[in-house]
Design a protein. Structure first.
Length: 169
């Protein structure tokens, strides 16, 4: 992927985010925002999940709905990446930026301020599809994959609650 224009990498990143959003939706998450940004930074995906839990009572069973917000950082990388598939790009400084950005999101949507919040990381592997090559390789079983724009994308790993933050409920 040498000598490609800088905008190409944004497109690849967007396609990786699309794959993660599709997977989240297939696992009952609702995508609230894509590329939420403020002066502190950007969050690739903000998703919400509702869990219904029943509290057993001898007289009246009560069903309570709990919501979780996931602030998802997506790292899309090729096989020749330098940063462990994107894992080492989630530095303490990056975590702080994500936390501040999530705080701005919650300030804009105060009705969600009491939801359980977590920071997830999605690792997407990207490989150019070569015409003469009949088989693609991936390092391990993917959670989901897609072929788009001459590339094969694999969601290799989804790490829930990948790091702690100042936003806890």
């Amino acid at each position: 992927m040498a000598n490609l224009p800088p905008s190409h990498y944004d497109d690849i990143g967007q396609l990786g985010e699309d794959l993660v959003a599709q997977w989240l939706e297939s696992t009952d998450w609702v995508i609230l925002h894509r590329r939420f940004s403020c002066r502190w930074g950007e969050i690739d995906i903000i998703a919400q999940h509702h869990d219904c839990k029943s509290v057993k009572d001898t007289i009246n069973p009560i069903s309570t709905q709990y919501s979780t917000l996931a602030f998802v950082e997506v790292k899309t990388r090729s096989s020749s990446n330098w940063d462990a598939g994107g894992r080492s790009a989630i530095t303490l400084q990056k975590q702080a930026k994500l936390s501040r950005t999530a705080g701005i999101f919650l300030a804009q949507y105060p009705q969600m301020a009491n939801y359980a919040c977590r920071f997830d990381v999605a690792i997407v592997y990207c490989q150019r599809i070569l015409k003469q090559r009949s088989q693609l390789t991936a390092s391990r079983q993917a959670l989901i994959s897609a072929s788009v724009a001459g590339y094969q994308f694999y969601l290799q790993e989804y790490i829930p609650a990948a790091f702690d933050s100042a936003i806890d409920s």
